[in-house]
Design a protein around this ligand. Structure first.
Ligand SMILES: [Zn+2]
Length: 294
């Protein structure tokens, strides 16, 4: 991209240069500085002022040619208008199957869910398991949720139900998982339509139900974004600003990336708390507004 821009006389030095990005003046929003950035790893354009852009549209605008010509020019530089290849995974020996700790939920687990307004029976399709004092180490007293990828259980995450563990969530140890959770979306396997609702954690996905899936934290990896891209309609429902001051910025960054791809991307801001802390009725009507049956 650098070679291509320079060959066409476009300056890439100046203000607003960040590691991993090539920054130029954005031709779309009257930008006077260098707010349009090419993400070198992800191979996509996004403007900090006016959002994500398709590579052909950016090059067409910069070079004053048609998008078709822009595409032909970019082909000479081996640029890929895609989300980029996942970074090479370190060589890890993966187990042939993942064992999810625990067994049927006990009263303590059901009480924990009940106190937070979850209906344990309604959550049955998540195949939650409960661990007690017999579990190993920090696996004790948790509600454990399997993580699927491509139809098989590849990892799990367990929520502490005692409120006493320093680890609120415990993940499957790396050497025991078949795929890192941060390369998966929790709940993806349950979606069969063309709409995805992206939330932060499992408790949010449990609340919103089928159609929602979680990124296991406010940050997200390119591997997760690639799983979101095929959906026609993408709703991002991260935590409220009051709950997590970072969430809004992260949601906007995610939407900027997703909006480059076909379909519709919408940020949904909550006034308070997170999806997990919503009343079930409110969560159901939110999901209905996205077109899901509840
Ligand atoms: Zn712009």
């Amino acid at each position: 991209m650098l070679a291509l821009l320079h060959s066409r006389g476009i300056a890439t030095d100046g203000k607003h240069r960040f590691p991993g990005w090539i920054n130029i003046r954005c031709p779309f929003c009257g930008d006077r500085s260098n707010h349009l950035g090419w993400n070198i790893n992800g191979q996509y354009w996004t403007c900090y002022r006016c959002g994500g852009k398709h590579i052909d549209a950016v090059l067409a605008e910069l070079f004053a040619v048609s998008e078709r010509e822009a595409w032909l020019i970019s082909r000479q530089y081996a640029l890929r208008p895609s989300a980029g290849e996942p970074e090479a995974e370190p060589a890890v020996v993966r187990p042939s199957a993942v064992i999810v700790p625990g067994a049927d939920l006990l009263k303590a687990h059901r009480d924990y869910l009940d106190a937070r307004g979850y209906d344990a029976d309604r959550l049955a399709y998540w195949q939650l398991q409960g661990t007690d004092h017999r579990a190993a180490g920090t696996n004790k007293f948790r509600i454990v949720c399997p993580v699927y990828y491509d139809g098989e259980v590849v990892s799990w995450q367990g929520r502490d139900i005692t409120g006493k563990s320093a680890l609120r969530w415990k993940s499957c140890p790396q050497e025991l998982e078949r795929r890192p959770v941060k390369h998966c979306l929790g709940g993806l396997e349950k979606i069969n339509g063309d709409t995805i609702v992206i939330v932060e954690g499992f408790t949010d996905a449990w609340r919103l139900g089928v159609g929602s899936c979680c990124t296991f934290g406010t940050n997200y990896l390119m591997q997760q974004i690639q799983l979101m891209i095929p959906f026609k309609r993408k709703f991002v429902v991260l935590d409220s600003e009051e709950k997590d001051p970072n969430a809004k910025k992260q949601a906007e960054k995610l939407c900027n990336i997703l909006s480059v791809f076909p379909g519709e991307t919408v940020i949904v801001e909550l006034d308070e708390g997170d999806p997990g802390s919503m009343k079930q009725d409110d969560a159901d009507s939110l999901m209905r507004s996205f077109g899901f049956k509840r």
